[in-house]
Write a protein that binds this ligand. Structure first.
Ligand SMILES: [Zn+2]
Length: 369
């Protein structure tokens, strides 16, 4: 047996070696993928962001990028996208990978495509995106296992190192037609192991050089949004009719960036609005969320009409889920079947996703013809 195995390996080795190293071979070639144990997102029915961003910039709306790590979130996202006929980005953070496992999340995204079709959407446009990739190796792993889009976040690095890292990821990703988001400027806040004490606005004078030299497909910028459900301290806000209103986003910086890179896809992270009704429900039914403050939806609506074509929303989904679960369990103390409280949780998230798509980002009815 052992002898047979060895013969087999010896005969296979040179073929795989030739395929891996032959410069002209197409990387999405069937044999290349087979020999390298790779999955291309196109075989899973997923799409990259290129076409949808082009349409979003031209059409003055933004594509929702919802983080997911549970089946209920995935179902709610797909149901909302199908009902509103919206393209959608399902994204996976480092925390999500640690919680749910990247392979499982990839199969869930593949399942999301099949589920969307089952719900009657003939040609769903679903992107599986890596949120805040921090190394080349991680981005490569995700690309090799079927992600259609990756973010390489080198924003904490010195400028030249950020450029070099992003460029390396772009060079690899583009061989497989995977799109890449890079970031300039630092967002404050904490989000799944990404944290920064203070924000540094993106410098408009750097964006042309950065986009040109890295070849990235979209650029995440920092103009005052931030990660998490506590984006601002009450001291940073003004009290208007009993409501704490955070400082406005730096639309002047966004306008300058747009002038430097006309039509280039811009991304906003940390853009949950932290709805007060969900926060109040959580607190009413035993929670203790203090001074949770988000980005007002009017500001996101305004940003969506500009070159901002991807808006990341994570905390709002967490709040919607937690509020519904807390309310259900408080009102039905005898329930212990997770389906009893996850069903209203899923419904509440779906309602929130639909609201964002239709009333904030404007991506409803925007599937490709
Ligand atoms: Zn982020």
């Amino acid at each position: 047996m052992r002898g047979e195995e060895q013969t087999f390996r010896l005969s296979v080795f040179p073929v795989s070696y030739i395929f891996r190293n032959f410069a002209g071979v197409k990387k999405d070639n069937f044999y290349f993928k087979l020999l390298n144990n790779m999955v291309n997102y196109k075989d899973l029915g997923l799409v990259n962001t290129r076409e949808m961003f082009k349409r979003a910039v031209a059409g003055g709306y933004a594509i929702p990028a919802f983080n997911f790590n549970t089946m209920e979130q995935m179902q709610a996202i797909v149901q909302a996208a199908v009902e509103t006929k919206s393209p959608v980005i399902m994204q996976v953070s480092k925390g999500a990978r640690n919680y749910a496992n990247a392979t499982i999340l990839r199969y869930m995204a593949e399942g999301a495509v099949a589920y969307a079709k089952e719900l009657g959407c003939e040609h769903p446009e679903i992107v599986l995106h890596l949120d805040h990739g921090d190394t080349f190796e991680l981005c490569k792993d995700c690309i090799d296992m079927g992600f259609s889009s990756v973010m390489i976040d080198g924003s904490h690095l010195p400028y030249e190192e950020n450029v070099a890292l992003a460029k390396k990821v772009v060079e690899y990703a583009h061989q497989f037609d995977v799109t890449v988001e890079a970031e300039l400027g630092v967002l404050a806040g904490v989000e799944d192991e990404v944290s920064a004490a203070e924000s540094h606005y993106t410098k408009p004078e750097e964006v042309i050089d950065f986009a040109t030299r890295t070849g990235c497909d979209s650029l995440a910028i920092s103009i005052g949004t931030s990660h998490g459900a506590h984006k601002f301290t009450p001291e940073q806000c003004t009290l208007v009719n009993g409501v704490l209103v955070p400082p406005p986003l730096a639309f002047d910086i966004l306008a300058e960036i747009e002038k430097k890179l006309p039509g280039f896809p811009i991304v906003l992270h940390g853009s949950s609005s932290v709805p007060m009704d969900e926060v109040n429900t959580i607190n009413k039914f035993g929670g203790k969320l203090e001074a949770a403050i988000g980005i007002p939806e009017e500001q996101l609506r305004k940003a969506s009409k500009s070159a901002v074509c991807k808006i990341n929303i994570d905390s709002d989904s967490r709040l919607a889920m937690t509020a519904a679960i807390r309310q259900h369990l408080a009102e039905h103390p005898g329930d212990f079947d997770p389906r009893q409280y996850l069903k209203p949780a899923r419904e509440n998230m779906k309602k929130m996703y639909i609201h964002k798509i239709v009333n904030v980002l404007g991506s409803d009815g925007k599937l490709a013809e």
